[in-house]
Ligand binder design. Sequence first.
Ligand code: HXC
Length: 536
Amino acid sequence: MSISELDITAEELERAVRPAPPSMDRLRDDLGRLRQDIADGDHRGVERQRALGKRTARERLDLLLDEGSFVELDMLRRHRAQGLGMERQRPHTDGVVTGSGTIDGRRVFVYAQDFTIYGGSLGEAHALKIQKVMELALSTGAPFIGLNDSGGARIQEGVMSLNGYGGIFQRYVQASGVIPQISVVLGPCAGGAAYSTALADFTFMAGDTAQLYLTGPDVVEAVTGERVTHAELGGAQVHGSRSGVATFVHDDEEECLASVRDLLSMLPSNNLGRPPAAPPCGATTDLRPRLAEIVPAEQNKLYDMREVLAELVDDGEFLETHRNWAGNVICALARIDGEVVGVVANQPTVLAGVLDAKAAQKAARFVRFCDAFSIPLVTLVDVPGFLPGKDQEYEGVIRHGAKLLYAYCEATVPRISVIVRKAYGGAYIVMDSRSIGTDLSLAWPTNEVAVMGAEGAVNIIYRRQLAAAADPVTERAELLERYKRELIHPTYTAERGLVDDVIDPAETRMAIARGLAMLRDKRKHSAPRKHGNVPL
Ligand code: HXC
């Protein structure tokens, strides 16, 4: 029988045999179930993550972001890799949760790697997802935060994994100085992933679970024969106190993610904005007599510069970067009269506060960050000089010292320096002296600015005279006295205009607050050029 013999048209017949399209409700339910399955993740993988004391990627984002603010992108993304059985293993998300949310109501873009999928390793799709949120962060002028928990480049995807990392590094560099970039290490962070931390502005590491290295212990043993544990090679303590890769180290994930939120509360969203200010709190008239008690007048007596800092900043609170690395210099974000400032200060309790190669690197990077993001600089100076010696010269103290010099010389944000006691030699120049462009230079009556301290100076310039003296002890005492009287008396530098005022220590907080107000509208002016050649 043909259709023409039936009492029905071809269209009617087709409609009768075609299955009814699924209803919108069913499609929505199916999608909802799929999303829930993806969000729940692989049960065994999640259990393993917990057994290691780690949270899932989504739990971490819940801790980091304002409640209910996360908008996920690319949840349904899967890799398209071929070979080594990859076709049969194509989990959604491809091992990284990406999107945007808010922190204290301000927008940020994020990724959180999911170790339960291919060990959080980075293949092509995984990389493209991260690159997408990086581009959105840059184009919308919002901070970018990466939560790392990854075995590095996905071995099965070969060159496409490496290419993916390259694309991420390229975007980190393009966004550098435009938006704050933060890397958080919450599990292994191996191979390519490690460079994402080095390129970011700040790197956080959490407790015993964070491990950061280019090559893991197995590779180290295979290549060098050296047996080393994950923690010894790249644990949080190693990077927080030896390598200086970690800017902040915390005991656990919760504390670590809370600290990321704290940091962001002091940063502008991008280089065109100002850091979020708190209301002024009367600092311009706030006398702090305790300052003179904290700092001994004798140049060589120790005191803790953190105590000075606590007197100068609002509520005595400051957020220190690299707290346990290069402790001879303190770098911290704080507020003075509500305004965010970056403080760089010599710390007499560590190596007597000298500058060395590590301290110079630490402070240089901090100064550059502050300058890029319109954070005024306050420098507290009590420095005996650069650390002399073979080790330092071999470590490249000249090269690293030049980084700090370069960073200050180029900084166009408001700059205020306070010479608390000694400021000798090259270290005086480097610590934001008038000669390299500080805007307001203040000094305490205890200031001693000179090529070197009296002892060293007298020994050099009067060597012959002392050798020939009948009574070298009395002669030396007289020469020391003369040197101090004529060359390093309290107003010596101010008389030459290199210090704008010698102030009572108790007035330091108010003088800085007034200085910040005076400099608030400082305009940026730099000569046009492609870029300078920072001594990297
Ligand atoms: C694919 C990976 C992987 C990787 C781990 N996995 N790393 N899959 N590519 N790079 C998978 C494992 O096969 C395993 O899958 C799951 O993740 C969990 O891994 P385990 O080894 O069981 O976990 P654990 O014992 O906790 O050890 C984690 C680890 C270790 C320390 C990260 O996996 C490791 O050493 N991975 C290699 C690290 C590394 O050398 N990466 C460098 C890549 S080179 P199953 O299915 O068994 O659960 C690189 C170059 C970039 O990144 C250079 C840019 C400059």
